[in-house]
Design a protein around this ligand. Structure first.
Ligand code: TPP
Ligand code: SF4
Ligand code: MG
Length: 345
């Protein structure tokens, strides 16, 4: 199922801006909270896709807040489905488009990008089986999990993406509980284990990296998956104005590494230098505030897991470096030394 490596496209900010101006795919006037990361993620992704798109959207904040009858924020073909079947529904749409191409009813299937948007609840947990099936069958679709680390729309219940010790409405603080007592699932690794051609982690804090990955995912001749960290001021206990700053802290501490897996080869896209202590990420949010009081053991555990995650990632990407060295166009332009932005590669 592995497809050929897709050449890296140069960043096209101008093209994104033009699309936003002339044919905006995702409009304002929706009811997502101030400072919500989701509209940044959705807009960046849709504006980075060079072809027409069809969107399938599982239930969650994105779907609920953008389609209040009789209005909609979607300026593209859009289908709302249940949690369980977002990937299955898109599989059917993609298969139908191939059938129409075979009959000559539409010119070329390559002209449409099939994008699924679903939250972490809809992806890590409830829709995991249909995602797995779609990946296994090899549909040409791009599945985006906007990961805000809980079931936010129904009142901040924990999901399989909720980090250790986070306070949620179903993992409250109490005599015998310090918040969520389970470790989060490594969904990106689960998807990568399906050996699909393109898998990546991205963050709302790094929109150029996200844009490049969205474009690459759209051009992948098979299943592509993006796991995108998306801040939720309400659920994380942060200020709306800090949305990008908080997500950046996840990247700078190594809690949320930016990397991609292309045809099963790992590449780290950004290495924080120095990598900040994980306390910088934890202390930026109200949901971890209780850890400030004498819970060094849990913080140590979180730090140890982040360190181990980095060690494995670095090991894998070092072993796969030959693959990317050979990839035409994979070498990025040298960093502009005057730029204060993160170093991407
Ligand atoms: C099968 C099913 N169970 C529960 C619900 C209720 N529900 C609607 S939105 C939502 C939360 C979704 O969480 P997530 O996928 O993480 O998206 P977010 O709300 O965080 O954007 C839930 C539980 C539902 N619509 N369908
Ligand atoms: S609850 Fe969180 S994820 Fe949902 S709209 Fe508000 S900020 Fe966004
Ligand atoms: Mg969620």
């Amino acid at each position: 199922m592995s497809g050929p490596a897709v050449p890296v496209e140069p960043m096209r900010i101008r093209e994104m801006a033009r699309r936003e101006e002339s044919e905006p795919r995702f409009l304002g006037g929706h009811a997502l909270c101030a400072g919500c990361g989701i509209p940044i993620v959705v807009r960046t992704i849709l504006n980075s896709i060079p072809t027409p798109v069809v969107v399938v959207n599982a239930t969650g904040c994105l779907e609920v807040a953008t389609t209040r009858y009789p209005t909609t924020a979607w300026n593209v073909p859009w289908l709302h489905v249940a949690f369980e079947n977002a990937a299955a529904s898109m599989s059917g749409i993609e298969a139908a488009s191939r059938a129409l191409v075979r009959r000559g009813a539409i010119a070329s299937e390559q002209e449409i990008t099939f994008v699924v948007f679903a939250g972490d609840g809809g992806t890590y947990d409830i829709g995991l089986q249909s995602l797995s099936g779609a990946l296994e069958r090899g549909h040409r679709l791009m599945y985006v999990c906007y990961d805000n680390e809980a079931y936010m729309n129904t009142g901040i219940q924990r999901s399989g993406a909720t980090p250790l010790a986070a306070r949620t409405s179903t993992t409250p603080l109490g005599v015998s509980s310090l918040g969520n007592m389970h470790r989060r699932k490594d969904l990106t690794a689960i998807v990568a284990a399906h050996r699909v051609p393109y898998v990546a982690q991205a963050s709302v804090s790094d929109f150029q990296d996200l844009s490049r990955k969205a474009r690459r995912a759209a051009l992948t001749p098979g299943p592509a998956f993006l796991n995108v960290l998306s801040s939720c001021p309400l659920g994380w206990g942060t200020e709306p104005r800090d949305t990008v700053r908080v997500a950046r802290m996840a990247v700078e501490t190594g809690y949320w590494p930016l990397f991609e897996v292309i045809n099963q080869h790992y590449r780290i896209n950004y290495e924080p230098d120095p990598r900040l202590p994980v306390t910088r990420w934890l202390s930026s949010q109200g949901r971890f505030r209780h850890l400030e009081h004498d819970h060094g053991d849990i913080i140590e555990q979180i730090q140890a897991e982040v360190d181990e995650q980095w060690r494995r990632l670095q090991e894998r990407s070092a072993a796969d470096a030959h693959y990317f060295a050979a990839e035409i166009g994979a070498v990025p332009p040298p960093r502009d030394a005057t730029s204060p932005g993160p170093r991407m590669r």
